[in-house]
Ligand binder design. Structure first.
Ligand SMILES: [Zn+2]
Length: 212
């Protein structure tokens, strides 16, 4: 599942995974989970993240592969936010080839930049339970209050216009070669991600040949 920041790939990834009863694997979740455990890997990860450094590809790849090897992935899985770079994609490709597996589809959520910027600036989160909302596309029932736990909602510090535009630029630079790599394999489905969540999910289902 690929798409710029604010394209809704996390939301779609979770919906599709649930519908197909397969795990939704995101590097963000893997890192958070690993940091809550006491292993040498988690110490390395904590040190990097605390220093504000990027997690190196070798560590990211190793952690994703460990997750894919778990028994719940036998019937398939959805990768969200990974691979992020061409070098990660090449290592993943080699790893899967060794196991006589491959990626079936790469779903690319295509969303115009103004839409993603708007969506990100309208995001609101609940610090208490992790609930996420959008004041225009997915508003809470009561303004600024979490539907799930009743705590108040807030925007993320780095969801401001300047950092959002930076994040989109980085994404475009990193992702272009990645999309070309998967296009050469003929497995990319482009989905118009600026429709409603429901419509985009339906489109993804069509691309996967599944009724979602
Ligand atoms: Zn909440």
């Amino acid at each position: 599942m690929m798409g710029p920041p604010g394209s809704g790939k996390g939301t779609q990834g979770k919906i599709v995974a649930e519908a197909l009863k397969i795990p939704h694997i995101s590097t963000g979740d893997i890192f958070r989970q690993a940091m809550s455990e006491a292993t040498p890997q988690s110490e390395e990860l904590k040190a990097l993240i605390n220093k504000g450094q990027l997690v190196p590809d070798s560590l990211t790849n190793a952690m994703v592969f460990k997750r894919i090897e778990r028994s719940d992935c036998i019937g398939g899985y959805i990768l969200d936010g990974y691979p992020r770079t061409l070098s990660q994609a090449e290592v993943l490709d080699a790893y899967l080839a060794e196991k006589h597996q491959n990626l079936d589809y790469v779903v690319m959520l295509d969303v115009p930049e103004e839409t993603t910027v708007d969506r990100i600036l309208n995001r609101r989160f609940c610090k208490s339970c992790g609930g996420s909302f959008n004041i225009t596309t997915n508003p809470p029932k009561i303004e600024n209050i979490c539907d799930y736990c009743g705590e108040s909602l807030s925007a993320r510090d780095d969801d401001n216009e300047e950092t959002v535009l930076d994040r989109i630029k980085v994404y475009e630079k990193e992702t272009k070669p990645l999309i070309e790599f998967y296009e050469s394999k003929g497995i990319v489905c482009s989905i118009a991600g600026d429709n409603s969540v429901k419509e985009a999910t339906k489109e993804i289902g069509k691309c996967l040949g599944r009724d979602i």
